[in-house]
Ligand binder design. Structure first.
Ligand code: ATP
Length: 461
């Protein structure tokens, strides 16, 4: 990673901690790899992301919502192919003992390891390039053998005796959707084409969790599986690809930092697969996967469960198993992208500042309200009254009376608050306040009665 990119990521990590977005998991115990905790602002930002995603799904009349359980019958993961084939290739550095992804080391020297390779094939490829491969931690060139490791995390459930069952924590939310396909269909409200969307926690035994929120062991997915007639899958696929890219642009993300990337190697059942990639501080990488999965998933669950998952084509009177077009987005990668995209250092009134240029619909705090001076009871009382009223309409607003006005502006800029409202002595006379705009620094006098209308909280970028 280039020095400036590394700097940007570490600045984001430190701002995220300082201002209460993200903390290292189990921090006071020295941390716990691949886990992060979300602080007061992080929770609100995550909620805003989920809301935006749900809105983008619920705009469609035929998208149903679901919340399936994290613990699932182990057969689900056998049927889906995860038990046998959800692996990542591990290689250990003989010098510093770091556990690394063999495919990532190969990618660093621009060699592509096909996801479908067996352990033997991977070792052959790795051996062929061994002399060029360097440990990404210590830079040495001594490695052991490549071993395929399952990404499925396990737990134990049961009645605390020898019959306890080992279960898998879900490795993706999609399987919960497939196994509930018939349930949703049977409500009578939906018919093909329709989609099922859900947001939820996912667990993966990532070999080397790294790059902050990019690769975690516990993370959240926002997935939608769209069920279509086989002959309609291609058209639906193109529609969702276009729609998902537009969604990110609508979140205010710089268009030049988003791109599509088509998968070169498809799993045997997939018809097409593209990722939406973002240019993170450490380079271009996946943000969301959009896959045309054919009828593989429903067929597998039909086979393993014995339950008929076909539907009737009312025109031809034939039964068929629907095809699936999926959009699979990561909440944590969206969060990281939003921070990275919004982060800017600039100068305002001759002073350096850090600003998060979130669009107001995503910003965790929309308005901050201050009394000009915290030791003047008449100002504080007036400001409290105004704040209380704003809070009723805009719950994501904040009271701030620490330090001087300049410090408060800097602090609010750092968390991306679009507007600051200051109550001063003039307010006591004419019931107007100062509204200061995060991006331009411009201050305007606004009548308290017109305040809500003046805070144009629609998209700003
Ligand atoms: P990668 O190739 O980067 O490991 P993937 O192709 O395995 O990702 P999918 O299985 O397609 O990812 O998962 C869908 C989405 O879930 C990804 O686009 C990403 O946003 C998110 N995601 C996957 N793995 C992680 C992780 N370890 N931490 C955070 N988000 C993740």
């Amino acid at each position: 990673m280039e020095k400036s990119s590394e700097d940007k990521l570490s600045k984001i990590v430190s701002l995220a901690k300082r201002r209460g977005f993200v903390y290292q998991g189990s921090e006071i115990y020295g941390g716990f790899a691949g886990t992060y905790d979300f602080g007061p602002l992080g929770v609100v930002l995550r909620r805003n992301i989920v809301d935006a995603w749900l809105r983008s799904m619920q705009m469609h009349e035929n998208i149903a919502l679901l919340d399936s359980s994290i613990f699932t019958a182990p057969r689900v993961w056998e049927a889906s192919g995860h038990v046998s084939g959800f692996n990542d290739p591990l290689v250990v550095c003989d010098s510093c003992h770091s556990k690394l992804r063999a495919d990532h080391l190969l990618k660093d020297i621009e060699v592509n390891a096909d996801e479908r390779m067996t352990e033997d094939e991977l070792n052959e490829l790795f051996d062929k390039h061994r002399d060029k491969l360097k440990c990404s931690v210590c830079g040495k060139k001594k490695f052991g053998k490549v071993v395929q490791k399952s990404l499925l995390a396990t737990s134990t459930l049961g009645s605390f005796d020898e019959n306890d069952e080992h279960v898998y924590l879900r490795g993706e939310t999609a399987q919960g959707i497939f196994i509930n396909f018939k349930n949703v269909l049977d409500t009578g409200f939906y018919s093909v084409p329709f989609g099922i969307a859900q947001v939820g926690k996912v667990f993966r035994n990532e070999i080397s969790p790294r790059q902050f929120l990019f690769r975690k062991r516990e993370f959240e997915q926002m997935e939608m599986q769209y069920f279509v007639r086989p002959q309609d899958a291609k058209e639906a696929y193109e529609m969702w690809k276009k729609e998902r890219m537009e969604y990110y642009i609508g979140l205010g993300i710089s268009q030049k930092k988003l791109r599509f990337n088509q998968h070169e190697n498809l799993v045997f059942y997939a018809k097409d697969a593209w990722d939406i990639e973002y240019e993170y501080p450490f380079g271009w990488d996946e943000l969301e996967g959009i896959h045309n999965r054919g009828d593989y998933d429903l067929r597998q669950h039909q086979k393993f469960s014995g339950v008929d998952l076909s539907v009737l084509d009312e025109k031809t009177n034939d039964r068929y198993v629907p095809n699936v077009v999926e959009t699979s987005a990561g909440l944590d990668r969206t969060f990281l992208m939003l921070l990275a995209d919004a982060y800017e250092e600039d100068e305002m009134n001759g002073e350096k500042r850090v600003v998060l240029r979130f669009s107001p619909n995503i910003a965790p705090i929309k308005v901050a309200v201050f009394p000009l001076l915290r030791n003047k009871p008449e100002l504080v009382e007036k400001a409290r009254g105004i704040y209380k009223n704003i809070k009723k309409d805009i719950p994501d607003s904040m009271w701030d009376d620490h330090g001087n006005i300049g410090k408060r502006y800097r602090r609010q800029d750092e968390i991306g608050t679009p507007y600051c409202v200051t109550v001063d002595f003039e307010t006591l006379e004419d019931n107007t306040v100062t509204v200061r705009d995060r991006d331009t620094g411009k201050q305007e006098r606004v009548a308290v009665d017109e305040l809500l209308g003046a805070l144009s909280l629609e998209k700003k970028r």
